[in-house]
Design a protein. Structure first.
Length: 374
């Protein structure tokens, strides 16, 4: 059973000094000025995902140590640096389980895991301590040491839940982006976070769920009226790319002929309309390069997707915000150098909502979410 995120605690991570038991709903739309901390909030999910990856010799994977190294070293992850913050503390509460740990720097700017704990509300009255002083999650060993079908294997439940978080980032839709190039035909198990395998994913979807495939095609046509369908054919080297055709023509068009905005919308429509979506979808600035009509349609797709999955969106678009309710909106801002996150409340805005939309209130800075001079 898919588990969504209930509450999140973050202490000492980048610009986030402390948020405790912050509630996440089925639909969460995060707004705020540049540098408010939205990207750092999303990076938390990437860190959790990195915790669930083994460090295997010769295998290029994003495990905890490589994630920290690629981010500049552990000192760059500590709130205001190591002189101010000694460790990072993270906790996630799921529907049935909980997982928490602390990250502390070593002398060579690697990171060690301390106070790693798990919780299952049906099996334990208190948190189970897995230990500390490791450079790799002990939960991974706990998972491997127990049968997958063991109902008391708390580690498996937590691992599966975190692995089901998909952080989509389609911002790079340039001519060199992987989504526009050939990909091996067998790479279809799930839509990759940068949509590098969108062609084989759609090819398999057309074979297994033609109704879902057709929904994606019809949605794309609403934004790209001249688009007819994809031409998904296996090449001699067992690869496929996102060739397509226009209405009224059978001439094959190559993916580089899509505009950047069109390419991003194709990826977003595929992610949001997939028939077996992940438990939680996190999407950073999906509105980039979108026409106002496309943004309206995007809002409808996000709302519909939140009926099947938990959706977390980070946006700078006041037009996109217009289509959601106040309870969907999380405002990020900075106070005394630290990122603060607050969810809007309809009761506090009721006297404004008769005359203004949420986007209007944001643009007028009635909803704080613009630049704040400290």
């Amino acid at each position: 059973m898919k588990q969504v995120i209930d509450k999140l605690t973050i202490k000492g991570f980048k610009s986030i000094k402390q948020i405790e038991d912050f509630e996440l709903k089925k639909l969460n739309v995060m707004i705020g000025g540049n540098g408010a901390g939205k990207s750092n909030f999303i990076d938390i999910f990437r860190l959790f995902r990195a915790m669930m990856e083994l460090s295997l010799p010769g295998l290029k994977n994003v495990n905890l140590q490589s994630f920290v190294k690629d981010g500049g070293g552990i000192h760059d992850f500590l709130f205001n640096g190591p002189k101010v913050t000694e460790e990072i503390e993270l906790k996630v509460l799921l529907k049935n389980n909980g997982y928490q740990f602390k990250l502390s720097p070593t002398a060579d700017e690697r990171v060690l895991i301390y106070d790693e704990k798990t919780y299952n509300k049906y099996l334990n009255e208190s948190w189970q301590n897995l230990g500390g002083g490791y450079d790799m999650s002990k939960l991974l060993k706990e998972k491997d040491d127990n049968p997958e079908n063991d109902p008391q294997n708390n580690a498996n439940q937590i691992y599966d839940a975190i692995q089901s978080w998909h952080i989509y980032h389609f911002n790079d839709s340039s001519k060199r982006a992987a989504m526009r190039h050939f990909e091996i035909i067998e790479d279809y198990d799930y839509l990759r976070f940068d949509a590098a395998n969108i062609a084989p994913f759609l090819l398999k979807l057309r074979e297994k769920s033609i109704a879902s495939y057709n929904d994606i095609i019809e949605t794309i046509r609403l934004v790209i009226p001249f688009f007819d369908d994809f031409i998904l054919k296996e090449s001699q080297n067992e690869k496929v790319r996102l060739n397509w055709k226009q209405k009224g023509s059978d001439y094959p068009m190559r993916p580089h002929l899509f505009s950047d905005g069109s390419m991003r919308f194709i990826c977003l429509a595929t992610a949001l309309l997939q028939p077996d979506p992940p438990a939680t979808m996190i999407i950073d600035e999906p509105e980039l390069g979108m026409h106002p009509y496309a943004i309206e349609l995007l809002a409808e797709l996000i709302e519909a997707a939140s009926q099947k999955s938990q959706v977390i969106i980070s946006t700078q678009s006041s037009n996109l915000v217009d289509y959601f309710e106040p309870e969907n909106i999380i405002v990020a801002f900075r106070d005394k150098g630290a990122s603060i996150f607050r969810r809007l409340n309809t009761k506090e805005l009721v006297h404004w909502m008769d005359e203004y939309s949420l986007g209007d209130l944001w643009r007028k800075n009635i909803i704080s979410g613009g630049p704040i001079h400290e």
